[in-house]
Design a binder for this molecule. Structure first.
Ligand SMILES: *Cc1c(COP(=O)(O)O)cnc(C)c1O
Length: 479
């Protein structure tokens, strides 16, 4: 398709401004000598450009999107409507507090409900994404140890099944990362954890249910081992979808939690849109929370920053409209709907796994929660067809591929998370398609190596795109 620059025609405009009828006030010095080379297009050109782009992307509104660990569920429109209310979108973050009482109430209410769900005592909405929530949470742990003059704790323990952001955040916070192996059941190896925990342990980062979709049956023992060693426990709550309203990280023994509002609590994501990774903690860590906190005071609301705060990690109050969506989602589902959504997420994953497991190898199929991991290791040996080939073939059937080659502890992995918002028919259809693709893999493996056939781009050079991105348009020499 054409780039917006290629649609450009000299002199075409979106808006027609009347000629200027007042003297030009700007001095010449700061003015640029030639105008920027912006695309010159009419409003209809822009509209068609973005519509064409949207048609070449796959979103939750196009079809099944079982991208494991990412929780690509359907986001009800009511939450968008709430976030679009002019009373919210028209706010300026520097307005006096007496004029933003409603917005502060949103923050306080969302904090209260999400603390109730996580078993935490306080929460900051500053972090803009899960990874930033992790980073902020680790800074809380660091500030806590520093406040006790405990300066020898340099290590963060991270299970090998962890999301890649966990070791990255720990390293960014200045810690040494110690990888803890998983046992044969896909959970934390307790002996290895005991051996690693000690007076130099600052804390543990854990995802539960973990990235192979399992709830660690030793969770209380795990958090006890860390606490006995004087460390703190960090819960990666990006995948709270499986357990929200059912079990609470606080009751599992965790001290700090981050949530991904854009996964679990209804903000459209993917393609880098705004998210929110609020960080919650138990009371003894609350003074260290980043930035200003909205608090209820004397019948109204105000903002406060504790002197022990780790400081801002993001401007103002984070991505506020994402919090509005989350609150709208929480209030519309309510105390009954939240656990029901979690139960259906688990039911859907188990239903789809059951339809597949007679022919697909499931990495850890016992006690699967919201997602499961297929391993195509045998298929690759038998036919040469890889997880990548199967994932790419799914695109030709209008399904977004599952997460590929993750977690790293499973070879030829496809990590499938159907989410609760899919109906049974969609799951039946997905299972039928996967069986058909497997038939093709066995009868004509070569054909699958060149899938997909129906998309605008088949197999982009992903490494090249990430390492040497071309972000500037090169104008033809004549212009
Ligand atoms: C998605 C995810 C993250 C990171 O969240 P971002 O918002 O992408 O930064 C961290 N941990 C787990 C388990 C996740 O699934």
């Amino acid at each position: 398709m054409k780039l917006i620059f290629e649609r450009s025609r000299p002199g075409v405009r979106c808006g027609l401004l009347p000629p200027c009828d007042v003297p030009k006030a700007l001095p010449a010095a700061p003015l640029r000598s030639c105008p920027p080379r912006l695309p010159e297009v009419a409003e209809i050109d822009i509209s068609r450009h973005y519509t064409a782009l949207a048609k070449e992307a796959h979103g939750v509104n196009d079809g099944f999107y079982p991208l494991g660990s990412c929780t690509m569920k359907y986001n009800p429109r009511i939450n968008e409507e709430m976030a679009a209310l002019p009373g919210f979108t028209g706010l300026h973050p520097l307005q006096p507090v007496e004029t933003i009482q409603g917005a502060l109430e949103v923050l306080c209410m969302a904090e209260r409900l999400l603390c109730e769900i996580t078993g935490m005592d306080a929460m900051s909405f500053q972090p803009a994404a899960g990874a930033q929530g992790e980073f902020a949470g680790l800074l809380l742990i660091k500030a806590y140890h520093a406040s006790r003059q405990d300066t020898v704790r340099k290590k963060i323990l991270v299970p090998d099944a962890a999301h890649g952001t966990n070791p990255a955040s720990a390293a960014m916070a200045g810690y040494d990362v110690v990888s803890i192996p998983s046992n044969e059941r896909g959970c934390v190896d307790l002996d290895a954890l005991r051996a690693a925990a000690g007076p130099d342990t600052a804390g543990l980062m854990l995802t539960n249910p973990n990235t192979v979709g399992l709830f660690d049956e030793n969770i209380l023992e795990i958090t006890n081992i860390i606490h006995d060693a004087g460390g703190l426990c960090y819960y990666d709550g990006a995948n709270l979808n499986a357990v929200m309203g059912i079990v609470r990280p606080g009751d599992m023994g965790f001290d700090v939690v981050h949530l991904n509002l854009h996964k679990t609590f209804s903000t459209p994501h993917g393609c880098g849109g705004p998210g929110a990774g609020p960080v919650g903690c138990r009371q003894f860590l609350a003074p260290f929370l980043p930035g200003e906190q909205a608090v209820e005071q004397g019948g109204g609301f105000t903002l406060e920053q504790s002197t022990a705060s780790i400081g801002r990690v993001k401007l103002f109050y984070g991505n506020f409209l994402v919090v509005v969506r989350a609150l709208s989602y929480l209030l519309s589902l309510g105390r009954e709907g939240i656990p029901e959504a979690a139960q259906n997420a688990v039911l859907n994953a188990n239903y789809l796994m059951t339809l597949l497991q007679d022919r697909f190898d499931i990495a850890f199929s016992k006690g699967v929660m919201h997602e499961f991991v297929i391993t195509l290791e045998h298929e690759k040996k038998r036919t040469g067809v890889t997880a990548m080939d199967i994932a790419k073939a799914m695109l030709d059937y209008g399904i977004h591929p599952p997460t590929m080659y993750f977690p790293l502890i499973v070879h030829e992995a496809l990590m499938v998370e159907p989410t609760e918002t899919e109906g049974r028919a969609a799951l039946d259809e997905a299972a039928r398609i996967l069986h058909e693709i497997l038939d093709r893999a066995q009868s004509d493996p070569a054909a699958l190596h060149s899938a997909p056939q129906t998309t605008c781009v088949g197999r982009p050079d992903e490494v090249g795109a990430a390492r040497t991105p071309r972000l500037r348009y090169s104008f033809p020499a004549a212009q």
